[in-house]
Design a protein around this ligand. Structure first.
Ligand code: ZN
Length: 266
């Protein structure tokens, strides 16, 4: 099985879905990384040129430790994705379509539309629109980097299926890899954020389900078709039966919320 992961910046997948990716790698999945921007503005101390170079080295260390051989750099200037011209978007789309066609993934992983960073939202829109407009029959998984876990209902990024993946076993390695991005993890801040965020996701859903794990990631599943049934079964099996939270909102059952809020929240 193959998963193609889209990184607006080269540490996004490990932050948002690192435990999930590690789990799949250990089950023999082949993972590919597409890096959209060059990440050059990710430091207040270093120059953009130094930052870009250092971040590329950090990403290389991550791929080495994970054993990821397939990767592609789109080299868009950090922070400019939503301002690209129509021609630039078209050329980026062409490159991405070629990658999808060559790598032939069973699933594609992108950031959620609920993300606040414009590069994350633009990455979502470019890839998701490509999948839809080309009628690609590949299910799309969405991850969160900085948003809260009930995003699927709040910001109209309505998942066909939402799952939380128990990453207790993978968490230590996830943090180890995150630390390789040392230019981003200054004073261990990202490590701490991830520690609390992955705990928080579990805690949110503990209000409804009696979950026996501490660290988890939430993944939304989109573009599911009847023909993807077997791939989906394989994914869920290899993620060791993640908890289905599709009908939950703030860890509570959706219908109660619906009754309070009316139809606006879908
Ligand atoms: Zn990012």
């Amino acid at each position: 099985m193959k998963l193609l992961c889209f990184n607006p910046h080269n540490d996004d997948t490990i932050i948002g879905a690192g435990g999930t990716v590690i789990k799949l790698l250990r089950k023999g999945w082949k993972i590919g990384y597409v890096y959209i921007t060059d990440g050059r503005y990710g430091s207040d101390i270093l120059t953009p040129e130094e930052t870009e170079k250092i971040r590329a080295e950090e990403a290389k260390k991550e791929r080495k430790i994970l054993g990821i051989e397939n990767f592609w750099n789109m080299e868009i200037e950090d922070g400019t994705l939503e301002k690209l011209s129509a021609g630039e978007i078209e050329s980026l789309e062409k490159k991405i379509l070629t990658i999808i066609s060559d790598f032939s993934p069973d699933f594609i992983l992108i950031p959620s539309l609920s993300e606040l960073h414009p590069d994350h939202r633009s990455t979502h829109n470019i890839v998701y629109n490509l999948v839809k407009s080309n009628k690609l029959e590949i299910p799309v998984l969405k991850y969160l980097v900085w948003s809260l876990p009930d995003f699927f209902k709040k910001n109209y990024d309505l998942a066909e299926k939402a799952i939380i993946v128990n990453i207790d076993k993978e968490f230590e390695d996830k943090i180890k890899i995150l630390k390789l991005h040392s230019s981003q993890d200054s004073e261990g801040r990202y490590t701490k954020i991830v520690y609390h965020f992955n705990s928080y996701i579990s805690l949110v859903f503990k209000t409804y389900k009696n979950l026996d794990f501490d660290k988890s990631e939430i993944i939304g599943i989109f573009n599911l078709l009847e023909k993807n049934k077997v791939s989906l079964e394989n994914l869920l099996k290899d993620l060791e039966n993640p908890t289905d939270v599709t009908i939950m909102f703030h860890g509570r059952q959706e219908k109660k919320i619906k009754a309070q809020l009316g139809d606006d929240f879908g």
